[in-house]
Design a protein around this ligand. Structure first.
Ligand SMILES: CSC[C@H]1O[C@H](OP(=O)(O)O)[C@H](O)[C@@H]1O
Length: 351
């Protein structure tokens, strides 16, 4: 059972994926989205294929290719597929091997929930260090990084939620995050559900908030962190990093070690997903959660308008103040700390 995130916040619509092609469609349309959740869903997708008796290797390939940037997807898929192959190799029948793949998916789900709690703790400690003094923090976040993308309470959002619970959140500034409005539709939804003091802003209004001295720190998630500390995240993250640097505001990335990809050397090597221009030039089915089902196809620009629509951008390490993981926090200017953090991780290595 999955929650269709394209229908939020208008409705909490659940759906059942009965085969891998349906799950691939859900991932591609962002009904299921967010790096850690993509890894969890990918692992469950492999188990689904195994239970159905489908070709597990072929299904794993379809899932891995569903979206290219979030490294977690490939990790979750390969981890469950490796567990299945190992069980078969040890003589298990397909039914037993399917159960092993499902157990691996459940383990990843559980580990991500635990990682979310630990990241919140490390993130709050970092805010204490970087933002001394009382009065509460004014935190700006981009896209959506809460429970909707996680086995737990999320990544960057979980830090803001922790600050709120401790009475230390003065304001959560929520970027709407065009074109698919993950901030307006999903982060605002999660902040409201948690009773957090939040305000929505258009992405292009962020600069004036920094200029007014209204932002104490930026908290964002990540989809892939390269070995040099470059961070791929929702498009619009890089401009926030430049603004933060110019205004001497901490720019903090919060992500589990499953988002770190030491096999990708640097930001230039990260594949950035290019999405359909229609998501920019009109309201598509992916935004119905905010514009209503009958608005699909509502034009934002003249018919025939072409659009540039990268789903992510890449922030270089020199613009990142710190990367918070479940294994601790590093300043990636050196890039060295990531290898050490990943070495500490209980993350299963895939043979
Ligand atoms: C902490 S993972 C959430 C991450 O995923 C989002 O991308 P998408 O909505 O396209 O799946 C965005 O990059 C968030 O930072």
């Amino acid at each position: 059972m999955l929650l269709d995130q394209t229908r939020l916040p208008a409705e909490e619509a659940e759906f059942v994926c009965t085969d891998v092609p349906a799950l691939v469609r859900a991932i591609r349309t962002l009904a299921v989205r967010g790096a850690p959740l993509l890894g969890i869903a990918g692992a469950y997708g492999v188990a689904l294929a195994a239970v159905r008796g489908d070709d597990v290797a072929e299904s794993a390939g379809l899932l891995e290719r569903a979206r290219p940037t979030a490294v977690n997807l490939g990790y979750g898929v390969r981890r469950a597929a490796a567990a299945y192959r190992e069980a078969i190799g040890k003589g298990a029948d397909p039914e037993r091997a399917a159960a092993v793949a499902l157990a691996e998916a459940r383990a990843l789900h559980r580990e991500d929930a635990e990682a979310s709690g630990r990241m919140a703790g490390y993130g709050l400690a970092l805010l204490d260090e970087l933002l001394p003094g009382g009065g509460g923090h004014r935190l700006l976040t981009h896209c959506n990084t809460g429970a909707l993308v996680s086995g737990g309470e999320g990544t960057a959002f979980a830090v803001a939620l922790g600050a709120h619970r401790e009475g230390r959140l003065r304001r959560l500034w929520v970027d709407e995050t065009r074109p698919l409005l993950q901030g307006a539709r999903l982060t605002a939804y999660e902040a409201a559900r948690n009773g957090m003091p939040y305000s929505l802003l258009t992405d292009n209004a962020a600069g004036s908030l920094f200029a007014a001295g209204e932002v104490d720190a930026v908290l964002i998630g990540a989809d892939r962190i390269a070995a040099d500390g470059s961070v791929a995240n929702k498009v619009g993250s890089y401009p926030l990093a430049v603004l933060a640097k110019y205004h001497h505001v901490p720019f903090i990335v919060v992500a589990p070690t499953t988002t770190v990809d030491l096999d990708t050397a640097d930001g230039a090597s990260i594949v950035v997903e290019q999405r359909p221009g229609a998501e920019v030039t009109e309201f598509t089915s992916l935004q119905v959660g905010v514009v209503g089902a009958d608005a699909g196809g509502l034009l934002v620009a003249p018919v025939g308008t072409t659009a540039y629509n990268p789903a992510f951008d890449v922030t270089p390490p020199e613009l990142v103040t710190a990367i918070v993981t479940e294994e601790g926090t590093i300043s990636p200017v050196t890039g060295v700390g990531l290898t050490e953090l990943c070495a500490r991780s209980s993350q299963v290595t895939i043979s």
